[in-house]
Design a protein around this ligand. Structure first.
Ligand SMILES: Nc1ncnc2c1ncn2[C@@H]1O[C@H](COP(=O)(O)OP(=O)(O)O)[C@@H](O)[C@H]1O
Ligand SMILES: [Mg+2]
Length: 232
């Protein structure tokens, strides 16, 4: 497949003011991701993984440097433009599943589409397709309290994938799962990566996740220590 840059991070630094001083959470990060990658940012707690994913997801902006995501310059996006980038092209999966308890599985997934102008029929087709991808077609009418942790995270994957985004950002997605469920959701995401060409970018310190990644970027104290391409 032709290499197509989808995320470009150029000398990105991020600082937070703490007790009147600037704390540097990211220090001059340079990174390039091509379309279709299945990669992870790995590092100890506090190394800057979430900060980096938040910038790529247009939830935050770099203090210095440039981040281009799908050719959009994150630094100059208005609030509305950033929201549009997320609503159409970036799916998010978090450590906590963040399902709305009073809504069904179907409705939880459908939520991701309500910010787009689709008809109810189009939404239904997209939701059922996404539930099929994660093997939860039979659970569409259930509420989250009737689901296991693994099933809940699969709903979260369906919610991230329902809009067929170009990029999925998964911030420690296996942290609340047992080993068996962690392997299940990783296989599901790998399958979607292969079949749909969706770019997946993880943050993790879970060895199980690392086994599935094609590329591991080691982050420590806001700096890239090693960028490791693994043999496929
Ligand atoms: N909003 C914030 N305000 C101040 N400090 C922050 C903020 N967000 C993160 N940090 C600090 O930046 C560093 C990196 O955090 P984070 O990106 O969450 O790391 P990780 O996801 O690898 O655990 C940590 O030292 C954290 O305390
Ligand atoms: Mg984090």
């Amino acid at each position: 497949m032709e290499k197509e840059p989808i995320i470009q991070i150029k000398k990105v630094s991020k600082s937070y003011p703490i007790a009147g001083k600037e704390f540097l959470a990211l220090k001059q990060i340079d990174l390039l991701f091509n379309k279709g990658e299945f990669a992870g940012i790995v590092g100890p707690s506090g190394s800057g993984k979430t900060t980096l994913l938040n910038i790529i997801g247009s939830l935050d902006k770099p203090t210095k440097g440039d981040a281009f995501v799908l050719n959009k310059d994150i630094k100059t996006l208005s609030h509305k433009e950033a929201a549009s980038l997320r609503n159409f092209n970036i799916g998010f999966i978090f450590q906590v599943f963040n399902l709305l308890p009073v809504y069904t599985v179907f409705e939880n997934v459908e939520f991701a589409l309500l910010l787009q102008n689709n008809s109810a029929k189009q939404r239904k087709e997209a939701v059922m397709r996404a539930l099929k991808w994660v093997g939860l077609t039979d659970h569409a009418g259930k509420r989250p309290d009737k689901l296991s942790g693994g099933e809940s995270q699969r709903v979260a994957i369906a919610r991230a994938m329902v809009k067929t985004p170009k990029i999925v950002l998964a911030d420690e997605p296996t942290a609340n799962l047992d080993a068996e469920n962690a392997h299940e959701i990783l296989k599901t995401m790998k399958k979607l990566n292969k079949e749909l060409g969706t770019t997946f970018l993880f943050s993790t310190h879970d060895e199980k996740v690392m086994g599935y990644l094609d590329r591991i970027i080691h982050l420590r104290d806001g700096k890239i220590e090693k960028d490791e391409i693994k043999n496929k």
